[in-house]
Each structure stands twice: as structure tokens, then as C-alpha cells.
Design a protein around this ligand. Structure first.
Ligand SMILES: Cc1ncc(COP(=O)(O)O)c(C=O)c1O
Length: 381
């Protein structure tokens, strides 16, 4: 018992991620408690949606409980039917696929690039059939997928384009914000993300034709939104839906963080730059830094290294963990997961590669210069 206590005193633990604490969070939480409005669609939710409408320059941003919820809402919006095919990267989180599977879609896996975990554009075209209803792209680590060729394919073939931008708040593709490039986009405010309210999400609708229907799905399938606006005097069941709108508690915390969005990303960028400078100075062929592309920058949501040998990656995780540093792997490719294998036996060798080679390093606003130095020293040794 004594030795564990001594360890915690002498060794600062460095978590992989840690939520930022914005200055107005407690005050706003208290305001919610003291108001009689704790449920969804009141003051704080509206303020957050106004923030995003102006941030993205579109008027159809809806808060949800999570990015997972926002993806499920899209699945309802585009009316996924049994047998529709949805092209999804294998190297992603389960929600990207679950959302469409839940409505009966068939998932068609697309592999990653050889030089980056993002979806391989060359491999999309051969996967398209007359049943393809949507393509989902994931901007891994906040680096945008090269969107222009995919936008063109989707236009030509009349296929929905969905950006799972869970990690891509503030990312830009050729000067355009991630989240404004497809028909729909989703973001996550889970506490591992740079901007967080514990659990939270956002749906961005870039085609105004879908806005009214989205509000119905969001409000459990009812026209309660129109009722709250005073447009009708009672609300009723209009379509399928679920409970996707967050409470004022979540929204109040999100608003406090959004008020400091620039400060948060500035701090992260500084830490990112320190890491990159120090990692670049390590002369080794055993790992590579995230590859740079001219169409997008990294938004600092995740810092990862490509470790050339899987066994070195695993040894490094143990070494860093033993030194109080929470470094870790990332996604396990979905096509070869136990549930993925029950669906089909498609192979995605590049996704399998990234599953084995990625090492994620701590990046959050409490990482100090000395922490980065310690981590880079351990890596160089
Ligand atoms: C690509 C991607 N999509 C969706 C999600 C799910 O986000 P949430 O936890 O907000 O539902 C995650 C979670 O990290 C993710 O990485």
C-alpha cells in the first residue's frame, strides 16, 4: 500500500487525454440547476446551435447526445432500407458502421491508404454498385480526407456523402471547414475530444431539404419542435425517431468550452509543435511522424506515430505505461473484428496494418513542456 502511495507522489501520471476545464462551466451548470429548464432545446442548447450555425456558415446544426446518435439520425434521414449498401472505412470506430447496420444496411468495407489511416480513394470506385446509398469518410486524427474526388464521385453516382468528423472539429480541407464538405457531418464532444461536455455530438446538415425531417427524428419522431416554436398547438407522432437531443446540463458545459475554443486549440497546437520538433530530431528508421498532405493540416485532436515493427509498438506502449505515461494503440480494424467477420470476409490489408502500427501519445491542454521532453527521451532511448 505504502509503495503505491509513494509512486503516485513521485511520478506524475500523464493521461492520454484529459478534458479542458473552461472558466464558465460551474457557473453555467448552476444556472441550469436554478432554472426550471433541465431538458433539451432550451437556452444553452440554442446558444450552442447558434454558435455552430455561425461557425460553419450554415443554418442547420443540431446538438445530439453523441456522435453515435448523430450518425444514427443520418441513417433515418436518408431512409436506409434493408439491403442498401453503405461504404465505410474499416479503420474507424464501431459507431460509423453500427448506425447504418441498425437500419438494415449492408456494410461494404473500404481500405485505408498505405501512407495514412484515412480511406483510400482509389479503392472506393470498384466498391460502388447500384445499391450503394452512401459513402462515409472519417477524417482520422483530424486530417481531412482528400474530399474533392469523392464529392465528384458522389455527385455523378447520386450517392450521399457523410463526413464522420468525430475528431475533426476545426480541421480544414483546402480552406473549407471539415463538416461542410458532404451532405451531412457528425462531430463528437466525448471527453477524449478537444472540446467536450462529457458525452455530446453534433449533426451538420448541408442540404436544407432535410432540416425539417431531422427535427422530427431528433424529437422522438414528433413535431414537438414546431410546437415549441409556437407554430402548432399540439404535437404528435409524425415519423420514426428517438431521444437524440441533449439536456441543458450537457449543452451548458459545451457552451462554456466553445467560448474558449481558440484558446483550447492554441494550447494544443503549441504542445503538438513541441512534440513534432523533438520527434523530428530523433534520428531513427523505427518510426515515422504523421504524414503531411497539402490539402489539410492536423487539428491536433490525436497525435500518433507509425511504428514500423508491431513488436516495437507494443514494447513502447509497455515502456511508456511503466513510466506513468498513458500511450496506447487505436482502432482495431472493423472488417476483421469478431462482429465484422460474421458479416463478410472482405480483406483490408492497410487497415490491418494501421491497427498494428499506431502508437498514440498524450495530448491535452495539461501536457507540460517537461512531459513532452520526458516522452520523447523515452522514445529516443
Ligand atoms: C470516427 C468516430 N466516429 C464516431 C465516434 C463516436 O463518438 P461518440 O463517443 O461521441 O458517440 C468516435 C469516437 O471516438 C469516432 O472516433
Amino acid at each position: 500500500m505504502f509503495s503505491i502511495y509513494a509512486f503516485t507522489l513521485n511520478h506524475k501520471k500523464i493521461p492520454l487525454s484529459k478534458p479542458y476545464q473552461a472558466k464558465n462551466q460551474l457557473r453555467y451548470a448552476q444556472q441550469v440547476i436554478e432554472s426550471s429548464y433541465w431538458s433539451s432545446s432550451h437556452y444553452f442548447s440554442k446558444r450552442c446551435e447558434e454558435f455552430f450555425n455561425s461557425y460553419f456558415g450554415i443554418h442547420s446544426c443540431l446538438l445530439t447526445h453523441s456522435c453515435t446518435d448523430a450518425l444514427e439520425l443520418i441513417s433515418l434521414l436518408i431512409d436506409i432500407q434493408e439491403g442498401d449498401e453503405v461504404i465505410v472505412p474499416s479503420f474507424t470506430f464501431v459507431s460509423t458502421a453500427n448506425a447504418f447496420l441498425l437500419r438494415g444496411a449492408k456494410i461494404v468495407w473500404c481500405d485505408s491508404q498505405t501512407d495514412h489511416p484515412n480511406i483510400s480513394i482509389d479503392q472506393i470506385l470498384p466498391l460502388i454498385t447500384h445499391k450503394t446509398k452512401a459513402i462515409v469518410v472519417v477524417h482520422y486524427a483530424g486530417l481531412c480526407v482528400d474530399m474533392d474526388p469523392i464529392i465528384e464521385i458522389c455527385k455523378q453516382k447520386n450517392i450521399f456523402l457523410i463526413e464522420d468528423a468525430a475528431q475533426a472539429l476545426s480541421s480544414e480541407y483546402k480552406g473549407r471547414k471539415a463538416g461542410t464538405l458532404g451532405d451531412f457531418a457528425t462531430f463528437s464532444f466525448h471527453d477524449t475530444k478537444p472540446i467536450s461536455c462529457g458525452e455530446g455530438g453534433l449533426l451538420v446538415i448541408n442540404n436544407s431539404k432535410y432540416c425539417d425531417q431531422a427535427l422530427i427524428h431528433l424529437e422522438k419522431g414528433t413535431d414537438r419542435h414546431a410546437y415549441l416554436q409556437g407554430q402548432i398547438n399540439k404535437y404528435q407522432w409524425m415519423n420514426l425517431g428517438s431521444s437524440y437531443a441533449p439536456s441543458e446540463f450537457q449543452s451548458s458545459q459545451l457552451l462554456a468550452q466553445l467560448e474558449e475554443i481558440e484558446i483550447i486549440f492554441d494550447i494544443r497546437k503549441k504542445i503538438w509543435n513541441q512534440y513534432i520538433t523533438q520527434l523530428n530530431s530523433i534520428r531513427t528508421s523505427k518510426f515515422r511522424l504523421p504524414k503531411i498532405f497539402d490539402y489539410s493540416d492536423y487539428n491536433t485532436s490525436i497525435l500518433y506515430l507509425e511504428i514500423m515493427e508491431e513488436c516495437h509498438r507494443n514494447e513502447l506502449i509497455h515502456l511508456l505505461n511503466r513510466n506513468g505515461i498513458s500511450a496506447t494503440f487505436h482502432y482495431l480494424a472493423l472488417h476483421s473484428s469478431p462482429y465484422g467477420r460474421r458479416m463478410n470476409h472482405q480483406e483490408c490489408p492497410n487497415a490491418s496494418y494501421w491497427e498494428k502500427q499506431i502508437l498514440r501519445l498524450p495530448l491535452h491542454t495539461d501536457v507540460e513542456e517537461a512531459d513532452v521532453e520526458k516522452i520523447c527521451k523515452l522514445l529516443s532511448e
